[in-house]
Design a protein around this ligand. Structure first.
Ligand code: AMP
Length: 287
């Protein structure tokens, strides 16, 4: 039976009690409007821990566009039902005031420096986004305390930033889970609910472009320009592409790499109509 807690202080207490019972805790932070991607993280947490909790909080600090925040899908009752059905033990949320009690308004919250992994890509195209993620995730980690926290590889750069944050805090252990896709290859995202049928069809080109870079990689190509070109060639004009790029995940750098690359992940951010989507694919299966 799912325990629903409306404020972080109650969640802290619940987690403390679980630890006193010597139970390991899996924690899945989310912004709600849950889909199979989120649920895969919860299932993984259930498998690896004695008890599992999730958070649902649409974090205003990580939206760099006001419309994106106000249009973000919200489905709290359905979320509770889905979490209950798969066997999550506790879910918590809170108001902006609960999350950032020191600030009179959201604009007054002091943002954390998200560190060296936040430069380039999302850091460049969504100014303030990773700062906002880091600021809320640090609070969530402090609320839940030591545990295992689960993040999706779909938000690849976010996983790097969050790992760095956890390393500096000394907890929690970060676990990452692979991207869940629909039958056409489109990475599941809460924002997909905002797409029309034709926009959904257009959006599938994002994963097609990633897989074309993967095919080129598998054929032996290590040239960054060619890998980038393979992606661009598969992104039709109505998609407004922020980036279609490669990075070395072992040796992350802010700038587009030039020449050849020995380990690679391909990453794309593109706007379909009003909706901005991101996706990525590890090209190097040895990693
Ligand atoms: P969000 O609610 O978008 O903040 O996402 C919460 C968590 O779910 C993050 O760790 C995301 O990376 C993860 N997530 C979102 N979409 C997917 C997906 N399609 N597959 C796997 N994980 C996902």
């Amino acid at each position: 039976m799912l325990t629903v807690l409306q404020d972080p202080a109650s969640a802290t207490q619940w987690c403390r009690e679980q630890r006193e019972l010597n139970k390991t805790i899996g924690f899945v932070p989310t912004m709600g409007a849950l889909h199979e991607g989120h649920l895969s993280l919860v299932r993984c947490a259930i498998d690896e821990n004695d008890v599992t909790c999730a958070s649902i909080f649409v974090n205003p600090l990580q939206f760099n566009e006001a419309d994106d925040y106000s249009n973000y899908p919200r489905a709290i009752d359905l979320d509770y039902r889905l979490l209950d059905e798969i066997g999550c033990d506790m879910v918590f949320g809170g108001t902006n005031r609960d999350m950032f009690p020191e600030a009179e308004s959201i604009e007054e919250v002091t943002l954390l420096d998200p560190g060296r992994f936040a430069t380039g890509l999302e850091g460049e195209f969504r100014p303030g986004h990773l700062e906002g993620v880091c600021t809320v995730v640090e609070r969530l980690f402090k609320f839940t305390g030591d545990c295992r926290a689960y993040f999706g590889l779909k938000d690849y750069q976010q996983t790097l930033v969050v790992r760095d944050l956890a390393k500096n805090l000394g907890y929690p252990e970060i676990r990452t889970c692979k991207t869940v896709r629909d039958e056409h290859g489109l990475a599941l995202s809460s924002r997909n609910a905002l797409l029309s049928k034709s926009e959904l069809a257009l959006a599938t080109n994002i994963s097609k472009a990633l897989y074309s870079a993967k095919a080129l990689w598998d054929s032996g190509c290590r040239e960054c320009d060619q890998l980038r070109m393979a992606m661009r060639d598969n992104l039709p004009v109505p998609l407004q592409v922020d980036y279609a790029d490669v990075r070395n995940p072992v040796n992350w750098q802010a700038n587009s790499p030039v020449g050849t690359i020995s380990h690679a992940i391909a990453l794309i951010a593109a706007r379909v109509g009003e909706v901005r989507l991101i996706d990525n694919l590890q090209l190097d299966s040895r990693l």
